[in-house]
Design a protein around this ligand. Structure first.
Ligand SMILES: *Cc1c(COP(=O)(O)O)cnc(C)c1O
Length: 438
C-alpha cells in the first residue's frame, strides 16, 4: 500500500488521499456524494491518524463512518422540542407520500406540457384542482412561494398605488423582524390603519373607505392572542362594505377543525364572502413551504397575470409534494396534533424501559406541547417527554441522528408529540450513543 512519507509512531503512516480515494469501498460513496465530500472525510481521518487517535489500517472504515448521509449540509433532525411546527426545524415535516411525490418529480416532468397534444399545459394543474376540491367555495386557486408571497402578490395586484385598510389589532410581525404592514408597503400599497389594538368596529372601516381604497385586508393574528375587552369585524360584515376583502388566514386550515375552534379556515372564509383568501402551506396544511391564493376566477386570473407572480412562483418539487399532501394520507402535522396523550405516555414508558436495559437512566415526564409556527397560539396539547440530565442536550443535537429537545431547570426534555412513533427507535439509539460516549 502506498503511504506518505510522514512517519506516525504507533498509528502507522498516514495513507495518501489518492490511495484512499482509489479504494474500491469508496467508489460507491464517490458516485453518490461526489469527490469533495469524500475528500473532506478523508482529511478528517488523516488528521486523526496524525494525532495518534486512529490506526492507519482502520482508515477506510473511518472514512466510511464519517461520510454524510447526503451531499447537503442540512441535517435531518428529530423534533423533540414539543413545538409541532418549529420554524427553525423546517416547519411541517412532509408525509411519506409527499416525499415520494417530490422525489418522483425531481427529474424531467410534464410540468407545463400536455403529453396528449404536445402543447403547452397548465403549470401545477393537479395542485390547483386539489385545492378547488378541498375548498369548493373558491372558484379558482393559485400557488406561490409562501404565505408572505401570497399577501405581497395580492397587495401588488389589487392595491398598488392605493390604500390597504387594516385593523390596528392585526398589524402582525410574522417572525425574524418581518412585519406584514411593511410587506404590503413593499408591494407599493399604502397601509391605512383603523381602530385600536383591542377593538376595531365596522364603522372604523366604513369611515376609512374612499376612492383611494384598494382592498380591505383582514389578517388572522396567528401568533398571539388579544383577550379581554376586544372586538373585531368578521369577513361576513366586511363584505358589506362593497370593497374587495382579502383575508390572510395564515396557517392554511382548508376546512373547519373542531379541535382548533379559534383558527379560521379557507372554506368558511370564502363562503362568508372574502374576495381572496391567502394562507401558508407548511403550517396546519402540513405540506411544503408554499402560499395559496383562493378566490373568484376573475380575481385569481388577474393576480396570476401580475408580473410579480413570475418572481414568486413555486417549483415542481413543491408542487408535487403539495398535491400529495392535499390528496394523500393524513399528514404528520395532523397526526401530531391528534395523537392521544395516553399513547405518548406508553411510548415514553417503553423508551425509558429500553434505556434502563441499556444502562441509561431516564424518566417519564408530563409535558405541554404547542402547535407553533404561527398557528393556534392559544392551544396547549398535553404531552409526555423523556427526561434526561441537562448535559445531554448539546451532544444529542450534534449526534447521529440529531435530536433537538428543550432544557428546563437543567433537565433535557424530549417531548414525543412531534416525533412519529416509528422514529422512537432512532431516539433511543441517539440517547444510548450519547450515554456511552460519557
Ligand atoms: C405565517 C403567516 C404568514 C406568512 O406565511 P409564510 O408561509 O411563513 O410566508 C402570513 N400571515 C399570517 C397571518 C401568518 O400566520
Amino acid at each position: 500500500m502506498a503511504e506518505s512519507a510522514s512517519p506516525n509512531g504507533r498509528s502507522g503512516r498516514i495513507p495518501r488521499t489518492d490511495t484512499l480515494l482509489a479504494d474500491p469501498r469508496l467508489a460507491a460513496p464517490v458516485r453518490r456524494l461526489g469527490t469533495d465530500h469524500v475528500k473532506r472525510a478523508i482529511h478528517d481521518v488523516q488528521a486523526r491518524i496524525h494525532r495518534g487517535a486512529l490506526r492507519s489500517d482502520a482508515a477506510v472504515d473511518a472514512v466510511l463512518a464519517g461520510l454524510p448521509a447526503t451531499p447537503t449540509s442540512l441535517r435531518s433532525v428529530l423534533n423533540a422540542t414539543g413545538v409541532i411546527l418549529h420554524t427553525n426545524l423546517g416547519r411541517a415535516p412532509l408525509s411519506r407520500a409527499a416525499m415520494d411525490a417530490a422525489v418522483a418529480c425531481a427529474g424531467s416532468v410534464d410540468l407545463e406540457i400536455d403529453l396528449e397534444t404536445g402543447r403547452r399545459g397548465e403549470r401545477g394543474g393537479g395542485v390547483l384542482g386539489a385545492l378547488r376540491a378541498a375548498v369548493p367555495t373558491a372558484e379558482a386557486a393559485h400557488v406561490v412561494n409562501n404565505g408572505a408571497a401570497a399577501l405581497l402578490l395580492c397587495s401588488a395586484a389589487l392595491a398598488t398605488g392605493r390604500e390597504v385598510i387594516v385593523s390596528r389589532g392585526e398589524l402582525v410581525e410574522i417572525g425574524d423582524g418581518f412585519r406584514l404592514p411593511e410587506l404590503i408597503e413593499a408591494a407599493g400599497a399604502r397601509v391605512r390603519e383603523v381602530g385600536t389594538t383591542n377593538r376595531t368596529t365596522i364603522d372604523d372601516y366604513r369611515r376609512a373607505i374612499s376612492p383611494e381604497t384598494g382592498i380591505v385586508l383582514k389578517i388572522h393574528p396567528s401568533n398571539f392572542i388579544v383577550s379581554g375587552y376586544t372586538e373585531s369585524v368578521s369577513v361576513a360584515e366586511l363584505r358589506g362594505l362593497g370593497t374587495p376583502v382579502v383575508f390572510d388566514i395564515g396557517s392554511g386550515l382548508l376546512a373547519p377543525d373542531p379541535r382548533l375552534p379559534a383558527e379560521p379556515d379557507a372554506r368558511t372564509a370564502m363562503a362568508d364572502g372574502a374576495t381572496v383568501v391567502t394562507a401558508s402551506c407548511d403550517k396546519l396544511l402540513g405540506g411544503p413551504q408554499g402560499g395559496v391564493v383562493l378566490g373568484s376566477a376573475a380575481t385569481v386570473r388577474h393576480i396570476r397575470r401580475h408580473p410579480m407572480a413570475r418572481a414568486l412562483r413555486i417549483d415542481k418539487l413543491r408542487l408535487a409534494a403539495l398535491e400529495a399532501t392535499l390528496t394523500g394520507p393524513i399528514t404528520p402535522t395532523r397526526q401530531s396534533i391528534d395523537i392521544d396523550p395516553d399513547v405518548l405516555c406508553r411510548r415514553a414508558q417503553a423508551i425509558v424501559s429500553t434505556l434502563a436495559v441499556q444502562g441509561t437512566a431516564a424518566q417519564v415526564r408530563t409535558s405541554v406541547a404547542a402547535i407553533g409556527g404561527g398557528a393556534a397560539p392559544g392551544i396547549q396539547l398535553d404531552s409526555y417527554a423523556v427526561a434526561l440530565p441537562g448535559r445531554y442536550a448539546a451532544p444529542l443535537r450534534t449526534g447521529k441522528p440529531s435530536v433537538v429537545g428543550r432544557v428546563e431547570h437543567d433537565t433535557c426534555l424530549l417531548d414525543l408529540r412531534g416525533i412519529p412513533a416509528e422514529h422512537d427507535e432512532f431516539l433511543i439509539e441517539a440517547i444510548v450513543s450519547v450515554s456511552r460516549a460519557g
